[in-house]
Write a protein that binds this ligand. Structure first.
Ligand SMILES: CC(C)(COP(=O)(O)OP(=O)(O)OC[C@H]1O[C@@H](n2cnc3c(N)ncnc32)[C@H](O)[C@@H]1OP(=O)(O)O)[C@@H](O)C(=O)NCCC(=O)NCCS
Length: 260
């Protein structure tokens, strides 16, 4: 994939999209972007069955960077092709199964039917300029290019972490006066014509020792209970006697139109 300005022009930026296959040096940059984007318990904990790194070795065509006209890498996108008919019933329950399904399709030499988004990350210094739409447009272009008729996305609403006591099912119903989603990241998808299919209540589950959770969060957990921690969509459950902390993250499955 190598394209210049394949998008609309509302930001006035000329952008270039290139895949990891085209730019192998991009591999380390993905790690930088992911480290910057997520709370430590997500980037260092294993919520994806130890499989996430396989997207770089097995699906390099489906990982891409976005460069601006100055040559700066301003965003990255991760996706994986899999078999899914795009109905709510056929969606994988979690990120691990998205990866497993994609890997199985490749191993069995079958033909994928859908593209699943895995992550869209805009560099911190480049946010709030409309770049996120370009990343999703690049994903849709990738789906078209590979003849995949469905684009699905397990979306992490960006402001959910500020409302950890509200169940995701309620949060996604919150709307602004103009009827659009309250959450800005859900709004980006909505504006692009995507629809919500369902909530995936355990899209990622991270379980580790109490000490590890203390290290990740900078908090102390001296007794068993539920704790609100920065960056988490809902409280984490600490069990001091069993020496475990467990976090279940809900994501929101959305389906995008793949036109053309
Ligand atoms: C989520 C993310 C991709 C958005 O990228 P972005 O390029 O900054 O977003 P945009 O400039 O396109 O803005 C999208 C919407 O969010 C709003 N927005 C941007 N920054 C915001 C902030 N800090 N607080 C509230 N709203 C914000 C914008 O106003 C816009 O909404 P509107 O057009 O309806 O007004 C980016 O914040 C990011 O990389 N976050 C870390 C990784 C992540 O969470 N990725 C998504 C899950 S995979």
């Amino acid at each position: 994939m190598d394209s210049r300005a394949p998008f609309g022009d509302h930001s006035g930026m000329e952008l270039k999209v290139r895949s990891l296959s085209d730019e192998p040096a991009l591999r380390t940059r993905f790690s930088d972007f992911h480290r910057q984007a997520w709370p430590r318990f997500l980037s260092e904990g294993d919520g994806t069955g130890g499989l996430f790194h396989r997207i770089y070795s097995d699906f390099a065509d489906f990982q891409f960077g976005v460069w601006d006209e100055t040559g700066a890498l301003v965003a990255v996108g991760n996706t994986i092709p899999l078999i899914c008919d795009g109905s709510a019933a056929d969606l994988p329950p979690d990120i691990t199964e998205i990866l497993e399904r994609g890997l199985a399709v490749k191993q069995e030499g079958r033909k994928a039917t859908a593209l699943s988004a895995l992550a869209a990350i805009v560099d911190e210094s480049q946010r709030a300029r409309g770049l996120s739409t370009k990343v999703i447009e690049a994903m849709a272009a990738l789906a078209r290019q590979h003849g995949l008729k469905t684009l699905i996305a397990p979306v992490r609403p960006s402001l959910k972490q500020l409302y950890p006591l509200t169940p995701m099912e309620r949060y996604i119903t919150w709307a602004r006066a103009d009827g659009t989603h309250f959450d800005p990241w859900l709004r980006v998808h909505q504006r692009m014509g995507a629809e919500i299919l369902r909530v995936a209540p355990k899209a990622m589950v991270i379980t580790d020792t109490v000490a590890r959770w203390e290290e990740w969060t900078g908090l102390r957990f001296l007794e068993t209970g539920n704790y609100v921690v920065p960056g988490a969509f809902q409280p984490i459950k600490i069990d001091v006697r069993r020496n475990t902390g467990r976090y279940e993250e809900a994501n929101v499955w959305m389906r995008h139109p793949v036109k053309g």
